[in-house]
Design a protein around this ligand. Structure first.
Ligand SMILES: Nc1ncnc2c1ncn2[C@@H]1O[C@H](COP(=O)(O)OP(=O)(O)OP(=O)(O)O)[C@@H](O)[C@H]1O
Ligand SMILES: [Mg+2]
Length: 576
């Protein structure tokens, strides 16, 4: 092979002509002072608000306060090894964390780094920790239920996918328990859950992760934990990180996600701490002026994204990946109005059908928790978060200690949008339940006076006691919505009226078992129709009567047999 000198020179010449040296400019500053998770840095004059900076030892920081002569940086890691005079480099990037399928089943810190001793996370995608919430046009009203598996909640303060429902109550009233049951209840539904533990003891979080593992919930859950001993900046950041991880599934894959922030009171305290250290002016209760914004921009990010529809050939298989480019006419129809429009347009496309794109219609449901002091819901942070969310579940210590668990105070708990997402059967029975309970609450105080009551009043009271009993539910026992409907139906139809209060839960359990094993046809019909059609109602009533006749009460202890028989006779006598 011969080399031609002119060819070589021409190649070299071309290379030289095309050579462009890239000038990189890094901004480097120096630490003026450091302490309590905060550093003041001089010399980073071009840094952005919210930009990541790196200290000499590799610890990351976040530029939060841009002042005339210095920048206030919150340190996301161990600040004890940072010294005054050290250099700080601006990275030119906003804070982002790893996201993706690889995160599922892992426990990470608010920077997305694993803290579960299970090795590195092989994730290649990242997402900004702070990102804007979707706009109105990109959203759709809540229309699918997010079952928590808890009767009192799914019936009376139902949650829809994309909703923000606050769980509020004093300490140790079962707030975490409700959120955990809601996560356990997502098993097999394809919902990705993110549990954000803020400023909790490491042992508490570890126990919780064990529970998730035990019930198989880690298969679809990410745990983001900033422990009580972690610096305040990490505790402040944790909920945004969790949200970014959920958003990846909502935007990228059109999936439903559930975020639990346990709890935002502690996050507010962490934010107050670092704001005071940054010398921001303190406002009410010493919280900084933008504490409302801190919570609202977090919770605004939960949404039910609008479905996108495209027209595709009839022959497209139903499990095919549909993207916006699949559209035969190049048009994408957005949301509820889009669905209508596409139907009209379909008339011009014979042999075609309208389908939803695979990546649209995702949702992020948020369950923020707030701890109150002595039931004081009107304090600053609770009122803020109440006004941001779409409803609240209020847990009452008195109920909790009286053994009514979950201790949901149905009187002041509300869900402003979730009702639209309830399945029709649940909506129907819940109406009756609400009436029974409202009547009961009115009479209960009256009855305590010990006055003689007429028969109708006594009956309403009896019904109320049994309904309260029916709504009690042990932890880690989320119930299927079908079972919930059947239980509440039994109660509102008056079947439980003759059952001793103590026996209600046993009766319920056996009845549901009976429906599962002996009357699966009725149960299946309810599952299929999702509403209380005539067929379902008559089937349920017949099944109830049959079960009632065979119900034998508690395991017969010898002396009480006679009483039991009498009891059964009473039961058999009350026709539904
Ligand atoms: N439905 C229930 N049935 C029985 N026990 C329950 C129920 N819900 C909660 N508990 C128990 O009550 C205790 C407090 O519950 P939990 O930790 O959920 O409350 P919390 O309000 O989150 O407390 P904290 O203020 O410490 O965060 C726990 O020991 C829990 O096991
Ligand atoms: Mg808790």
């Amino acid at each position: 092979m011969k080399f031609r000198a002119d060819e070589i020179t021409s190649v070299i010449q071309r290379e030289i002509e095309q050579f462009q040296s890239e000038v990189t400019r890094t901004e480097v500053g120096r630490v003026l002072e450091v302490g309590d998770g905060i550093a003041r840095v001089h010399g980073l004059s071009g840094v952005m608000n919210g930009e990541m900076v790196a200290f000499e030892n590799g610890v990351k920081g976040l530029a939060l306060n841009l002042e005339e002569s210095s920048v206030g940086v919150i340190i996301l890691g161990d600040y004890t090894k940072i010294r005054e005079g050290e250099t700080v480099t601006a990275t030119g990037e906003l804070l982002s964390v790893p996201v993706g399928d690889a995160m599922i089943g892992r426990v990470v810190n608010p920077l997305g780094e694993p803290i579960d001793n299970q090795g590195p996370i092989p994730s290649t995608t990242t997402r900004l920790v702070e990102s804007p919430a979707p706009g109105i046009a990109d959203r759709q009203p809540v229309d699918e239920p997010m079952q928590t598996g808890i009767k009192a909640i799914d019936a009376m303060t139902p949650i829809g996918r994309g909703q923000r429902q606050l769980i509020i109550g004093d300490r140790k009233t079962g707030k975490t328990a409700i959120a955990v049951d809601a996560i356990l209840s997502q098993k097999g539904t394809g919902v990705v859950c993110v549990y954000v533990a803020i400023a909790q003891k490491e042992s508490t979080t570890a126990n919780l992760v064990e529970i998730f593992r035990k019930y198989g919930a880690m298969d679809y859950t990410i745990v983001v934990a900033a422990g009580a001993s972690d610096p305040a900046p990490l505790q402040y950041l944790a909920p945004y990180t969790g949200t970014a991880m959920a958003e990846h599934f909502m935007y990228g894959q059109g999936r439903a996600t559930l975020c639990v922030y346990d709890d935002l009171s502690k996050q507010a305290v962490a934010y107050r701490e670092l704001s005071l250290l940054l010398r921001r002016p303190p406002g009410r209760e010493a919280y900084p002026g933008d504490i409302f914004y801190a919570h609202s921009r977090l919770l605004e990010r939960s949404a039910k994204l609008a479905n996108k529809y495209v027209i595709v050939p009839e022959s497209t298989p139903s499990d095919a990946e549909i993207t916006e480019t699949s559209a035969v006419n190049g048009k994408v129809y957005l949301g509820v109005p889009g669905a209508e429009e596409s139907k009209h347009e379909l008339a011009n496309h014979a042999g075609h059908k309208v389908v939803k794109t695979t990546t649209s219609g995702g949702s992020l449901t948020a369950l923020p928790l707030i701890e109150t002091l002595e039931g004081e819901v009107s304090a600053y942070i609770p009122t803020n978060v109440i006004s941001i969310t779409d409803g609240q579940i209020y847990l009452q210590p008195d109920l909790f200690f009286a053994g009514v668990r979950p201790a949901v105070d149905v009187g002041i708990s509300v869900s402003r949008v979730g009702g639209k997402a309830q399945i029709p059967a649940m909506k129907k029975v819940a109406g009756g339940l609400r009436l029974d309970l409202a009547a009961f609450r009115e009479l209960e105080a009256f009855a305590q006076l010990g006055t003689e009551l007429d028969k109708a009043t006594q009956q309403q009271l009896d019904r109320g006691y049994r309904m309260v009993e029916l709504l009690k539910q042990p932890q880690f026992h989320p119930m299927d919505v079908t079972d919930q409907v059947m239980s509440i139906f039994a109660g509102t139809e008056g079947l439980l009226d003759a059952i001793p209060i103590k026996e209600v839960s046993r009766f319920e359990e056996q009845f549901l078992e009976f429906m599962k094993t002996k009357k699966s046809d009725v149960r299946d019909l309810l599952v299929k129709e999702r509403k209380l059609s005539d067929g379902v109602v008559s089937g349920l009533k017949a099944a109830l009567n049959e079960f009632k006749a065979s119900y034998r009460g508690p395991a017969p202890a010898a002396p009480s047999t006679a009483k039991n028989t009498a009891n059964n006779a009473v039961l058999a006598g009350t026709e539904v």
